[in-house]
Each structure stands twice: as structure tokens, then as C-alpha cells.
Design a protein around this ligand. Structure first.
Ligand code: ATP
Length: 256
């Protein structure tokens, strides 16, 4: 039994000059659930993410966050609407410290300013102290407290990924979109990331939508999995159900 949904994707269609990238996709994500979104190359996963980030606008269907359509929200306000994301390739401010990279996410939320201005503008001591404490708590949770003063570009890739996750969480999203977080990580780093994601879900009650090709990660941490193929939902269920699903097996192993 799954609890009430936080995010509802309803009958979403996206077409690019004749190519149907998403063809009536519907699913929901429950509160503090990790939902794995899988599918072969070209299945429509990135397109769906881009709809959720408001980079693409579906030609049909709706996307609801807490029961309210997000389709009228401008892309730059999507973080404030409660949707955070990480990217396939880390997108940190390389010349800033880990501390500043994380605080930027909080400033942007607190003040609604452009990220580029967030660190420069004056703020009250109380706000400053709160941001400091929250940054340190997040760093603790993601096991990067020892590198808070290190410049982001000087860190190993796996650590940068955790900094990016911390920054995405700094805006306290209700739902976090993670785009192929295991890409470029070694087995040990993938395992650690999976453990941290479970910790995030438990401690922050954040729902996570995970797009990932690393089946080991998806099947070990997802509560529920949606499989796409050619822009349509092929199947959904628990990891065990999905792994045993004949059409999912066919999509991955056969024909393509
Ligand atoms: P991958 O696992 O390789 O990232 P994916 O599941 O994320 O694949 P999408 O990138 O969403 O798949 O692509 C779905 C379909 O839409 C593909 O046929 C792709 O070529 C097409 N597509 C995606 N973005 C665009 C675009 N901006 N313009 C034209 N076609 C696009």
C-alpha cells in the first residue's frame, strides 16, 4: 500500500517535430518514496525530467505537486515550488567552497534572488547563523563536513556528486529529481550514494525521483519502479515485480 501522492504525472505528451518523446505517461510519487524511472536509451526519461523542471511544456496532460498544477510556474521558480534536481554531469560552482555551494541553494530560496547575487547581498545575522547551521547539518548528513572549506573543483568526482545533492536539498524540496547520479561513480561510491539517498528520504521526508541506468542502484533503493519504453509506460511495480516483468526484460534484452 502506497501513501498519498506528492507528485502526479497525468497523461503527459511531448512531441518534437514529429518525434513522440512521451505518449500519455501517468504515474504518482508518494510522500518519502524513492521512485526509480528506468527505460532504454530514448525512452523519454530525460524529457520527463525536463517537463518537471519546466524546461519543456507538455502538449497534453498535467503535472501536479501537492494537488496543484506546476505547469504555470516559470522554470526559475520551480525550486521554490518544491522541486529540486541534480544533473547528469555535476553542475557546481567550481571556484566556490563546498560551504558556499550549499549555502547558495539556501540564499536563493530565502531571498528569491538570482543565485549569482545570493552570496553578495547583505543579510541579517540571524539569517546568516541559520544558513550556517543548516549548511553544516546537511554536510554532516552527506558525509562532506570535513571538506566544507575546500574549493569544489578540487574534490574527487564522487564527493562533488554529494555536494551537488546537498545543494539540491538546501532548498528543502518536497521532491528531488536525480538524473543518473551513479554515472561516473565506482561501485563503492554508488553504494555510499544509495545509502545517503535512503538517509535523505528518511530524515527529510523528501520524495526522490531517480532516473538511472545502474539497475543495481535502482533495484536496491527504489520503493517503486516505473519502466518507460518508446515514450510509453511499459510497467510499474516493486523492484521485484519489475525485474520479473516479461516486457521489461524484452525491452532491455530483446529486439533493441
Ligand atoms: P537516455 O537514457 O539515452 O538519456 P531518455 O530515456 O532520457 O534516453 P529522451 O532523451 O527523453 O530519452 O528522448 C526521448 C526521445 O525524444 C528520443 O527519441 C529523443 O531523440 C527525442 N528528443 C529528446 N529531446 C529532444 C529535442 N530537444 N529535440 C528533438 N528530439 C528530442
Amino acid at each position: 500500500h502506497r501513501s498519498e501522492t506528492v507528485l502526479d504525472v497525468q497523461d503527459v505528451h511531448v512531441e518534437f517535430s514529429g518525434i513522440i518523446a512521451l505518449d500519455g505517461v501517468s504515474f504518482g510519487i508518494a510522500q518519502d518514496e524513492i521512485l526509480g524511472l528506468i527505460g532504454p536509451n530514448g525512452a523519454g526519461k530525460t524529457t520527463l525530467f525536463n517537463c518537471l523542471s519546466r524546461l519543456y511544456h507538455p502538449s497534453r496532460g498535467d503535472i501536479l505537486l501537492g494537488g496543484t498544477s506546476i505547469l504555470q510556474w516559470p522554470a526559475h521558480q520551480i525550486a521554490r515550488a518544491g522541486i529540486g534536481r541534480t544533473f547528469q554531469n555535476v553542475a557546481l560552482f567550481g571556484d566556490l567552497t563546498v560551504r558556499d555551494n550549499i549555502s547558495v541553494g539556501m540564499h536563493a530560496l530565502t531571498r528569491g534572488n538570482l543565485v549569482s547575487d545570493a552570496l553578495r547581498l547583505p543579510m541579517s545575522r540571524r539569517t546568516e547563523a541559520r544558513i550556517r547551521t543548516e549548511t553544516e547539518e546537511l554536510a554532516e548528513l552527506l558525509e562532506i563536513a570535513d571538506v566544507l572549506e575546500v574549493t569544489a573543483a578540487n574534490l574527487p568526482f564522487g564527493t562533488q556528486k554529494r555536494v551537488e545533492l546537498a545543494r539540491a536539498l538546501a532548498s528543502k524540496p518536497r521532491i528531488l529529481l536525480m538524473d543518473e547520479p551513479a554515472g561516473g561513480l565506482n561501485q563503492e561510491e554508488v553504494f555510499l550514494l544509495g545509502e545517503l539517498m535512503k538517509r535523505v528520504r528518511t530524515e527529510f521526508k523528501t520524495s526522490i525521483l531517480l532516473v538511472e541506468h545502474h539497475m543495481g542502484l535502482v533495484m536496491s533503493i527504489a520503493d517503486h519502479v516505473v519502466a518507460l519504453n518508446f515514450g510509453k509506460k511499459l510497467a510499474e511495480g516493486t523492484p521485484a515485480e519489475i525485474q520479473a516483468h516479461p516486457q521489461v526484460i524484452e525491452a532491455y534484452l530483446g529486439g533493441g
